[in-house]
Design a protein around this ligand. Structure first.
Ligand code: ATP
Length: 873
């Protein structure tokens, strides 16, 4: 029997040739390797009939034998295989004989063989508590009506003896007991845990470092993704050459950023690009998912594999006018937890989500992530947060794969290769079982599948904390379970997942439930299965009715007086509330993974892909200007844009009017929905480092080109079929029609910019249509072709704000509109904007384009309103 003995992390397994063994992070696999660089299903070892064979399963970071990345290779006694990194990735060694009594049989070794066994703990008796709670509730009041006693909750100590949770590390268990929970939550009542910046104290509680690296005087230790670095970090968030540690002549150590894309952080604050900082034993250096701490001349590395605790303490949000919309919310969960947040409408769920993600930081309180203060170290920690808003954050017109491809391009550092990004996309698609849908358009997917794609997008960068805002809203009831099971799986795989939901059907899948009461305070936090008993009702509908009927009841007081509070929240609550002091905006600004130009190019390509995928829209873009240009030919005119024998030719003004309005309408119609329909995508991408100006510029360039072409079609048809003056002002006699068309093209562009203003102003896409119509009608009035504007004090000056006024004026200088369409009251009074002079043509065109530029500045300001508060600068 060709037995092979495999050694990993000090443990040995005797492999059986009759079956194959999977290696990876998947807890269901045969050999579970808990290392961020190892893929979920990384590789397989099996007996190939002649010899043992290791086969890589398309892992992101590769399988290495003697420093070479391999796909499939024969192995045998004496072989050593590194997973995830050629030098310091987890090492699998193979020998030919069992190593004695310590050897495990791999068949017998269930995946859990490597997991630490849970310590026996005194278990709380949830049912007894629940009944107790119910009795207390029923004693206080019958469910049908509030009772005065409700207002006087018993002091917590009277209800339940306070149990001191024992100290120590306890592995995760689904629906962990209160004691287990209390052990894992950071900073429990010790006043500590408010971040590490800067100051003594353990940075990671009881977590031990993933690896150590020896630093030596005179030696530089360079960190990066590339294999030639001394410290190779297999993380796509890290640049190829990211940063370096080196000793200064006086024996101290310094970290220097090497122009990294995602930044190097010291105590959560980003170093300037290519900047450096001296580091001491209390400093935490952050590079991608890894953090480093100096211990003597050794560097301890902690890799954030997602298994981190999370808690909120005393979160309070006060809005203008002093009203509190979130009141003193505290809760905490250990690693790998799924938390659901429910509550009646207006109870502050969205406000809480914004406070937890840093989108709108609370005015008071802390959010602790792995014992680090999220608000203080936001620039670094925001990269570990995934947020799936209620609306899809992908362009539905694209295929799943293309949408993820663009998202990966925007979120990963500029120096990641397409191959690396593709590999990560494949990994995520596989994890979320979306492989079979990858070539489908997102519009063709069911609601549940679409939500999976949004989750897949957020998983690309391997966040440890994932927040979801009502993922099941708008889905079929059957999809609830699907989505909640997906979230359960995400948490079990080593992430903390918090979901705000209206759906109560699948709450049992969660580890903890947070129930918000009207007014923004906590009504309950604890295991979901004990919640209904806590409230003393049989259904959630009853609980929500009670919230509705007794809005003024002190729900928070009832919670704080309960034994559940003692069990699940008192420790977190014991720390006094602090007001939030966010670092200065500069320190919070996360370096952008991509340069401005690269972002712009990706955004332009994505936008063109979206347009190209909609053939109907493309056809309309050509038909609309053709029809509008054609309409102008319906005006009967013997002389076109030339003077009649008497000079006057009012139909020329009508022709210019119709063509200008056509250009206004086409331009504004192109852009009026553009920003509002992408608002959620913009908000999310902005939080992950998208440049506002690159985003706006991508719209201006693509829509600008479209509207200019449309203007050319309108002008080509409208002027092409008409008599035009023999001589132009700029182009002489040869290109008079072009000279007349240029103002129409510029008008299309500027109207498109006005459309962007409308799009960034409105709250819903439906509101854009009335505003578009209003814009077009105002332009009709202010062309100067319906009635004389010149000389009308106030009205004339106001018309200078209208793009149609300048476009008609520019074309009017060429066509001599002062002759064709003289002032009806006083023919000697001419409009100076229509003077037949080269300078005037240039002034009119300049004013038209300047209006467009001013619109651009206004849109940029308006876009700011739709950004996470921390991104507004
Ligand atoms: N900026 C603000 N200024 C004033 N009041 C606000 C502001 N933002 C939210 N509110 C109010 O705070 C309360 C909580 O709002 P929030 O959107 O967080 O509730 P919600 O529980 O998410 O509601 P829903 O389930 O309907 O989405 C609401 O009464 C809301 O009107």
């Amino acid at each position: 029997m060709p037995e092979l003995v495999l050694e990993l992390n000090g443990r040995t397994w005797t492999l059986d040739p009759s079956r194959s063994y999977t290696l990876g992070r998947d807890p269901q696999g045969d050999l579970v390797i808990d290392d961020a660089r190892v893929s979920w299903r990384h590789a397989t070892i099996s007996w190939g009939g002649r010899s043992w064979v290791i086969e890589d399963h398309g892992s992101t970071n590769g399988t290495y034998v003697q420093g070479q990345r391999i796909h499939q290779m024969e192995i045998g006694p004496g072989s050593a295989v590194h997973l995830g990194n050629a030098t310091d990735g987890p090492r699998v060694s193979l020998t030919g004989a069992a190593t004695g009594a310590g050897a495990y049989s791999a068949q017998a070794a269930a995946p859990q063989a490597q997991q630490p066994q849970p310590q026996p703990q005194p278990q709380p008796q949830p049912q007894a508590h629940a009944q107790g709670a119910q009795q207390a509730w029923q004693q206080q009041a019958p469910a049908a009506a509030p009772h005065p006693n409700w207002q006087q909750p018993q002091p917590p100590q009277a209800q339940v003896p306070h149990q001191q949770p024992p100290q120590g590390h306890v592995p995760h268990q689904q629906h962990a007991s209160a004691q287990q929970y209390a052990q894992k939550v950071p900073g429990q009542g010790d006043g500590g845990g408010a971040g590490v910046a800067p100051g003594p104290g353990p940075a990671y509680g009881d977590r031990s470092p993933t690896t150590f690296h020896q630093l030596a005087l005179g030696r530089v230790m360079r960190i990066g993704r590339a294999l030639e670095n001394e410290l190779v970090v297999s993380d796509l968030q890290v640049s190829r050459h990211h940063a370096e540690f080196h000793a200064t002549p006086d024996g101290r150590f310094e970290i220097r950023d090497l122009g990294s894309h995602n930044g190097t952080y010291v105590n959560g604050q980003p170093l300037a690009k290519s900047g450096s900082a001296l580091i001491g034993p209390n400093d935490i250096v952050g590079v991608g998912h890894s953090t480093f701490r100096l211990v003597g001349d050794r560097l301890e590395e902690f890799v954030d594999t997602g298994e981190v605790s999370f808690s909120a303490r005393h979160l309070t949000v006060t809005v203008d006018g002093g009203k509190q919309i979130l009141k003193d919310v505290s809760f905490g969960v250990p690693e790998k937890s799924l938390i659901a947040v429910i509550g009646p409408s207006g109870s502050g769920k969205s406000t809480l989500l914004k406070a937890l993600t840093g989108y709108r930081p609370a005015n008071q309180g802390d959010v602790l992530y792995d014992n680090r203060n999220l608000y203080k170290q936001f620039a670094e920690l925001r990269q570990r947060i995934g947020l799936v808003p209620q609306d899809d954050i992908l362009h539905k017109e694209l295929t799943v794969r293309t949408a993820l491809k663009y998202a990966a391009k925007l979120r990963f550092p500029a120096d990641t290769t397409e191959q690396e990004r593709e590999a990560r996309i494949d990994e995520v698609l596989g994890e979320l079982k979306l492989d079979i849908h990858k070539t489908k358009k997102i519009t063709a997917l069911s609601g549940g599948q679409r939500k999976r794609v949004s989750v897949a997008l957020e998983l690309l960068t391997k966040p440890s904390l994932i927040f979801l805002d009502e993922p099941t809203s708008g889905l079929d009831p059957g999809m609830d379970r699907d989505v909640m099971q997906l979230l359960r799986g995400l948490a079990d795989d080593g992430r903390t997942v918090l979901v705000v939901t209206h759906s109560v059907a699948e709450l049992a899948l969660c580890d903890k439930l947070l129930v918000m009461a009207p007014g923004g305070s906590v009504a309950y936090f604890g295991p979901p299965e004990e919640a209904l008993n806590f409230f003393g009702y049989e259904t959630w509908a009853d609980v929500f009715s009670a919230f509705e009927n007794y809005r003024d009841y002190d729900w928070a007081g009832r919670w704080r007086g309960s034994q559940h509070y003692q069990l699940y929240a008192a420790d977190i609550d014991a720390v006094a509330a602090q007001s939030v002091q966010m670092p200065p905006a500069q320190a919070m600004r996360q370096p952008k993974p991509q340069g401005w130009g690269a972002q712009l190019w990706t955004l332009i390509r994505r936008y063109l892909s979206v347009i190209a995928s909609d053939k109907g829209f493309m056809a309309l873009m050509v038909i609309l200007p053709a029809v509008l240009g054609g309409l102008s030919t319906a005006i009967s005119s013997d002389y076109g844009l030339r003077p009649s024998p008497r000079g006057v030719n009012t139909s020329a003004a009508m022709i210019l009017l119709i063509m200008s309005i056509g250009a206004c309408f086409a331009g504004a119609a192109n852009s009026v929905r553009e920003l509002i329909k992408e608002r959620v995508i913009y908000e999310r991408e902005r939080a992950t480092g998208l440049s506002r100006s690159a985003y706006l510029m991508s719209k201006v360039i693509v829509l600008g080109l479209i509207t200019i072409v449309q203007g050319a079609i309108i002008g080509g048809i409208g002027f092409g079929l008409r008599d035009v003056p023999d001589e132009g002002l700029i182009f002489g006699s040869s290109l008079v029609r072009l000279e007349l068309t240029l103002p129409i093209m510029a008008l299309g562009f500027t109207s498109m910019m006005f459309g962007l203003i409308i799009s960034s102003l409105v709250k819903t896409a439906e509101k854009t249509m009335p505003l578009l119509v209003m814009f077009a009608i105002i332009q009709v009035v202010f062309t100067g072709c319906l009635f004389t504007l010149n000389g009308q004090v106030g009205l004339n000056e106001f018309s200078y704000l209208m793009p149609s006024r300048w476009a008609v004026a520019a074309a009017g200088t060429t066509a001599q509109l002062n002759v064709l369409f003289p002032n009806q009251d006083d023919p000697t009074e001419t409009d100076p904007l229509w003077d037949h002079e080269v300078g005037q043509w240039l002034v009119d065109m300049g004013a038209l384009l300047a209006l467009g530029a001013i619109c651009g500045v206004i849109v940029a300001r308006l876009l700011r309103r739709h950004e996470p508060e921390v991104m507004r600068k």
